[in-house]
Design a protein around this ligand. Structure first.
Ligand code: ADP
Ligand code: TRP
Length: 332
């Protein structure tokens, strides 16, 4: 049975992009594969959270994973830093990762453009740590959104390089996985780009958002004055609104607004109202579960310690084998 690994950084609450890009696949995959889903708290250190924030964010993501339907009885849910074996794997992989190739990674270039005051080595080697997360369980499948494709390519590069160097086939080649045809990209509400927590207030819809917040954010989403020529192509902001609608609304609803757009009689206010109501219905069971689980600290503790145990078993085995291959062999 194939092994699956994926994680989300604990830098804030989960949003609709995380859900449709990653978690929805996690939920289905957990029943079909040997799955490890973790909370990437080492990765979150690149932005220097305070100790209180760090802990709170990890707790929150864990609660939200569970609220979405990840079942600790069928998959392994753990916290990345509970597995220091990952950090050792990262060290080992770093020896065969070249600075030049890391500097060419798009997400790194974007980070240094946006935050020129914090270009730390952790950011540069972010893809190496991600490769360590995946290779530590020898995963074949990695459910992630489209934005992570390049990182996955790097994982394959590092794993293959290790295999070549030590003349082995130890690491499998992991591929990005999605149950649909293509990897998903959920757009933001601000008219351009993707939904993300670092994209500014109002861009993202969070799984925990209540009805009033969802209505407010969607009603403020960027639109324009509407088409004047029948059958005109949609500007990006409008296309985005339709993309969001396709995620949560019924096919009839979408056809109705598509037709209105084509015939130039669309009223964006109505479309947004409908989208908001459909979104509320879609997210309500998740946000309710989040509130319920938030206060169940004992249960969360149990989930974490059980997850740690199961993940450790798998990681220790891989690390020990990798050490042997490299030549760290005991003298005693
Ligand atoms: P953020 O961009 O908000 O910081 P992360 O980078 O932590 O979110 O992403 C965690 C997971 O969610 C990854 O698998 C990523 O591909 C997916 N993801 C994040 N935003 C989107 C989006 N807008 N559309 C599709 N998938 C997304
Ligand atoms: N880099 C991923 C993101 O930003 C999070 C991540 C870290 C990850 N390690 C991983 C995803 C391993 C899949 C597998 O979303």
């Amino acid at each position: 049975m194939d092994t699956v690994v994926s994680g989300i950084r604990s830098t804030g609450n989960l949003h609709l992009g995380n859900y449709f890009g990653a978690i929805k696949n996690f939920i289905r995959m957990q029943h079909e594969y040997r799955c490890f889903f973790f909370i990437a708290d080492y990765h979150s250190l690149t932005t220097h959270p305070t100790p209180e924030n760090l802990q709170q964010n990890v707790y929150q993501v864990l609660v939200e994973y569970l609220a979405c339907g990840l079942d600790p009885e069928v998959c392994t849910i753990y916290i990345q830093s509970d597995l220091p074996e990952t950090a050792e794997m990262y060290l080992l992989l770093n020896m065969n990762a070249y600075v030049g190739e890391l500097e060419r990674v798009t997400s790194f270039k974007e980070k240094i453009r946006k935050h020129p005051d914090n270009i730390n080595a952790g950011l540069l080697t972010y893809p190496v740590l991600m490769a360590a997360d995946i290779l530590i369980h020898k995963a074949q499948k990695v459910p992630v959104g489209k934005d992570q494709e390049q990182h996955l390519e790097m994982t394959r590069t590092f794993g293959n390089r290790f295999n070549r160097l030590y003349k082995t086939d130890f690491f499998p080649e992991p591929v990005a996985f999605n149950f649909g045809e293509t990897l998903v990209k959920v757009p933001g509400l601000d008219g351009s780009g993707k939904m993300g927590k670092s994209e500014g207030e109002g861009n993202a819809l969070y799984l925990k958002d209540d009805a009033a917040t969802i209505r407010k954010k969607i009603m403020r989403a960027v639109t324009d004055s509407g088409p004047v020529v029948p059958n005109s192509p949609k500007p990006e902001a409008i296309e985005n609104l339709f993309s969001l609608m396709k995620l949560v609304s019924a096919p009839d609803t979408i056809t109705h607004f598509e037709k209105a757009y084509t015939e130039c009689n669309i009223r964006y206010g109505d479309m947004k109202k409908q989208l908001a109501e459909d979104m509320i219905v879609y997210l309500e069971p998740i946000s309710r579960k989040i509130s319920e689980l938030n206060s169940d600290k004992e249960y969360i503790k149990k989930v974490v310690s059980r997850g740690r145990e199961k993940a450790k078993e798998s990681a220790c085995k891989t690390l020990e084998d990798a050490r042997q291959i490299i030549g760290f062999r005991r003298f005693y």
